[in-house]
Design a protein around this ligand. Structure first.
Ligand code: EPU
Length: 334
């Protein structure tokens, strides 16, 4: 393992917050976790992948654990499917490219999501009709601070919309080392997102892994900021789920509200609520709300953490005042 102290996190968070941490530990092999000094895991620690779903609001006074180990291993295979055990340090897009090359179906709609494989199950990443939980069969790692290995099967991970056991009960108590995915070797597509089916047919393309990857990347490029150019962490808020009765009342005042069925009510589009509250395209200094997708809070350059916090709190306040809905951040606020 490599220990750096103190260490700037500027290039380790896609929001580009200029903060530092007391210690930054690069975990070069899963077994490094067993060697971690007690002081690193008994005091607060934070596992950081690519920093693409985290807003640091201040310098971090504990230890950051950052997996860098690599590896994609086939652990089971038959004519219909393949199981891949993937190391936490593998870049998500590298796994997408690997699956596209091998023609393994299941993850293609999730192309373009910044981050590392180890982070994918934590918030159950999802886009264009697919959630990563649909392909995950197991998650392995170490429980901390006692360094006991764990192996959780799909049903034990408590997956939900942008959540899992790793974001709830085990938050702050585990380090994920590997995720196992079961993927199909037979053509099998999820084409439930209208924007994707429209894009495919408008481009005259038939469904294939390569064409889906191409279309999803195109849609993302047009709606979401390029993290090389603009600081952000993707969707800043979760789409809120409201009871059916509340939705019916809201519809009387806002008949054009976008809604999706959810198991415990109706899911609304937070981006639309933020847009209706007048925040879309707002900018103050370098902090803003992305003009093409109001769900994304952006740092155009040198926004300070407190400016981003002020902005998102104001958005929550205004959305509440209009719709009586409290938006919940999707990003981890540290
Ligand atoms: N909308 C607006 N105004 C906006 C943004 C959206 O009216 O400024 C409306 C759209 O017109 C559409 C609806 O809201 O009718 C939903 O918009 P979109 O399809 O862009 O998706 P989203 O619900 O805003 C979610 C995910 C995204 C994912 C897309 C596509 C969450 C929190 N976000 O966004 O995930 O890419 O669906 O599946 O669920 C991420 O998590 O970082 C992320 C980008």
């Amino acid at each position: 393992m490599k220990i750096l102290e103190p260490y700037s996190l500027l290039t380790h968070n896609t929001f580009r917050m200029d903060v530092s941490c007391r210690r930054f530990v690069e975990i070069e092999r899963p077994e490094d976790v067993l060697q971690l000094p007690e002081e690193d895991i008994e005091a607060p620690f934070y596992v950081l992948g690519m920093g693409s779903n985290t807003l640091f609001t201040r310098n971090y006074e504990g230890t950051i654990l950052h997996p860098v180990f690599q590896g994609i291993t086939t652990v089971a295979e038959d004519d219909l499917s393949v199981s891949l055990k993937v190391a936490a340090g593998v870049e998500w897009e590298m796994l997408i490219d690997y699956c596209a090359e091998k023609q393994y179906y299941g993850l293609e709609n999730l192309t373009g999501i910044p981050g590392l494989v180890g982070s994918a199950p934590v918030q159950n990443i999802g886009a264009y009709g697919v959630e990563v939980k649909d392909s995950i069969t197991a998650v392995e790692g170490f429980l901390l601070p006692n360094k006991e290995p764990f192996l959780l099967h799909h049903d034990e991970c408590d997956f939900g919309y942008r959540t899992s056991i790793f974001k709830t009960k085990l938050k702050g108590y585990c380090f994920i080392t590997h995720v196992t995915f079961k993927l199909s070797k037979e053509a099998h597509y999820t084409m439930t997102y209208k924007g994707l089916t429209d894009e495919l047919s408008n481009s005259g393309l038939t469904p294939s892994i390569d064409n889906i990857v191409r279309c999803v990347r195109f849609i993302r490029e047009h709606k979401l900021p390029n993290i090389q150019e603009v600081g952000c962490a993707g969707s800043f808020f979760k789409n809120p789920i409201v009871p059916m009765s509340e939705f019916a009342l809201l519809q009387q005042h806002f008949p054009d509200l976008v809604s999706y069925p959810a198991s415990n009510g109706v899911k609304l589009a937070a981006g639309q609520l933020i847009e209706k509250a007048g925040w879309k395209g707002y900018r103050c200094g370098d902090a803003g709300i992305y003009p093409k997708q109001a769900l994304v809070v952006v740092n155009y350059g040198n926004a300070r953490p407190e400016e981003i916090v002020q902005l998102y709190e104001n958005v929550i306040r205004d959305v509440y005042n209009i719709f009586h809905i409290t938006l919940q951040p999707e990003v981890n606020i540290v």
